[in-house]
Design a protein around this ligand. Sequence first.
Ligand code: PMP
Ligand code: GLN
Length: 383
Amino acid sequence: LVDADGATRPTIFAEMSALAARTGAINLGQGFPDEDGPAEVLEAARSAISSGRNQYPPGRGVPELLEAIAEHQQRFYGIRLDPAREILVTAGATEALAAALLALIDGPEDEVVVFEPYYDSYAAIIALTGARLVPVPLRWPDFQPDLQELAAAVTDRTRAILVNDPHNPTGTMFTRELRDEVVRLADRHDAVIITDEVYEHLAFGRTHEPISTLPGAAARTLTISSGGKTFSATGWKIGWISGPAELVDAVLAVKQYLTYVNGGPFQPAIAAGLRLPDEFFQALSEQMRAKSALLGEGLRSAGLEVSRPSGSYFTVADAAPLGVTDAAAFCRELPARAGIVAIPLTAFATTRNRDRYATLVRFAACKRLSVLDEAASRLARMT
Ligand code: PMP
Ligand code: GLN
């Protein structure tokens, strides 16, 4: 895609993973786990392949996955979904986001309200739809938005409000007050709420609460998630979107011409994952919390100021106490100075707001404890 300066370039994730590969640095840039997920899930994929489930699956997804998604939403959140009409399986959350926005946006007058910094594909997809991205800033160190700024951003031109909770890249989780305000504003301006909940099972010490469970929200909310993070299988790209049947139908109308269908044998495997006992999901978030705490300590001992993430793979640190004024330059030097790759927060912001995030860096904690230990000792020796 063409960036604000008119240049085509690889995503920040491709760029930073290539930098890690080239320098041999520990990759705390792109968020992906360095260990496989549950054996049951891996085995279910092998068994689906060897039992010949290798042709096009049905357009909405294989029935057992649709049913497992409905059961999962009921078990964790009390949400009741009709698996035949209110759920669609997609090629990761990325395709769900793209298809939802392509389905909803009519033209260049339409606006999409997005909390900034944001996951990079949001801006790219909004640009592809031709709509205007209206950013609402999240501020260091707690990354909660100002409710008045949110209210000012949502107007009758707003087609969708895009919420990512738990949040990438900041690790924040939004307050109930904020989520209520999103619902109130969407209702007042007749906008659709799109919520990206791919880190739903990586909330630390509390249960994630989907926006669609708030009063008045379900009728205008499209909820997106994915098996990538929950089952440590980011390469499988099995995602899903759920909500009112007519909205899901509109997303399906687009999805069928993007990928038609996807991930045949991985769909039953993710279904097996969604049916794992509660203990699996609890252990996942506890392990990520421990990793995140270890990374935070390492960054703090190295002299950075560290935010306190409530969930997700990510921790944001301020490098200003080290004398850094430009986090992008700092990240380019980090492989040589500390043998680590991380991502400047400016990569997740619109050009005009980049100054707000100038000294902030995102580190991914989704690595083995031994790797995070090594990263911490490298940070302590940083030159
Ligand atoms: N949304 C957010 C907030 C993410 O962090 C990611 C993963 N990087 C995605 C969507 C994409 O998920 P998937 O790999 O399932 O397409
Ligand atoms: N979710 C991961 C991140 O934010 C990776 C995304 C990607 O590679 N597109 O780092």
